[in-house]
Design a binder for this molecule. Structure first.
Ligand code: BV8
Ligand code: ZN
Length: 255
């Protein structure tokens, strides 16, 4: 099926922007085979909802099960790879004067695609720390089927992600707020825009004058406030956007 062209005016908007902010969600990793949160979980995990497992309470009650869920996700992500959407965002960052990438994803696929410094708003699957004393636990082997213990205090080791009910890491929050206040174009890619405070970043950017663009096969609540809602998978849309910008540059160079 031929890939849809870039919506009218979008490439020009991106080319003219001084500071583009991109917020990605699970949808950009969908084409890498990493299930999104909205999709029902598969197999052993089909009887759980992510919101039930991604909490400190769930871990305190049944650390082995929650640890096993994260091990399953780490295996899945380690076997997956970044897709054309991740690669296109890394290329876009090289092409534009300024691009701030914030991701809700914890899979590290943006880094593996070459994005130099994505803001990991919800942490990273492959970071671990002690649930009790908070010490980082960088030496957890892969795979680690049994729940590991903290060498310093004997506490349980937990994944370094932000669970529901937990605060966003201060640095990530501040950097994201600053970018939202400064950017003139905000691209929301592959997110249902339901989880806060991440979902509030688009509203914050718009309140500071940024134009909103959504790239999502299923338009969300954000689409109503967007100058462009591109109903396309990220892995198709973003490479076409980069190719179109490339073409515009080539024409400019010939002038
Ligand atoms: C906080 C890491 C306060 C873990 C995640 C009651 C009690 C406590 C808090 C709350 C409460 N009620 C509400 C809240 C706030 C809560 C919240 O927003 N809840 C929601 C459910 C209403 N937020 C929090 O708890 C946050 N913390 O508020 O703390 C506080 C303050 C100070 C001090 C102490 C406490 C923390 C939220 C972070 C939770 N952690 N992840 C892990 O991964 O295991 S959230 C997790 O879910 C993801 O990171 C992501 O953010 C979210 C899922 O959203 P999406 O990424 O959008 O994915 P989704 O599946 O929803 O959608 C995919 C989209 O992709 C779809 O639209 C689809 O159409 C599209 N798509 C599909 N294929 C493609 C595609 N798009 C493009 N291309 C494709 N090919
Ligand atoms: Zn400890």
């Amino acid at each position: 099926m031929p890939t849809a062209p870039v919506p009218e005016g979008l490439a020009e908007r991106v080319a003219a922007a001084q500071h583009v902010m991109v917020l990605t969600g699970a949808g950009i990793s969908a084409e890498s085979g990493v299930p999104t949160f909205r999709e029902a979980q598969t197999g052993l995990w089909s009887r759980f909802r992510p919101e039930e497992l991604a909490t400190a309470e769930a871990f305190a009650e049944d650390p082995d099960t929650v640890w096993a869920w994260y091990e399953w996700r780490r295996d899945l992500v380690a076997a997956a790879g970044p897709n054309a959407g991740h690669a296109a965002l890394a290329e876009l960052e090289r092409m534009l004067p300024r691009l701030t990438l914030v991701t809700q994803n914890v899979d590290g696929l943006h880094q593996r695609a070459g994005s130099p410094d994505p803001i990991e708003f919800h942490g990273n699957l492959f970071d671990n720390r002690c649930f009790d004393c908070g010490r980082p636990a960088p030496d957890v082997p892969r795979p680690c089927p049994a729940l590991p213990r903290c060498e310093a205090c004997g506490g349980w080791i937990r994944p370094g992600v932000v669970w529901f009910g937990e605060a966003i890491p201060t640095a990530a929050l501040q950097r994201s707020f600053s970018a939202a206040d400064d950017c003139d174009l905000f691209l929301s890619v592959g997110t249902s825009s339901l989880v806060y405070p991440a979902a509030g970043l688009a509203e914050r950017a718009a309140a500071c004058g940024a134009a909103l663009v959504e790239i999502n096969p299923a338009p969300t609540e954000l689409a109503r406030h967007a100058v462009c809602a591109w109903a396309s998978p990220a892995g198709e849309a973003l490479p076409v956007l980069v190719a179109t910008l490339d073409g515009m540059r080539a024409v400019d160079r010939e002038k």
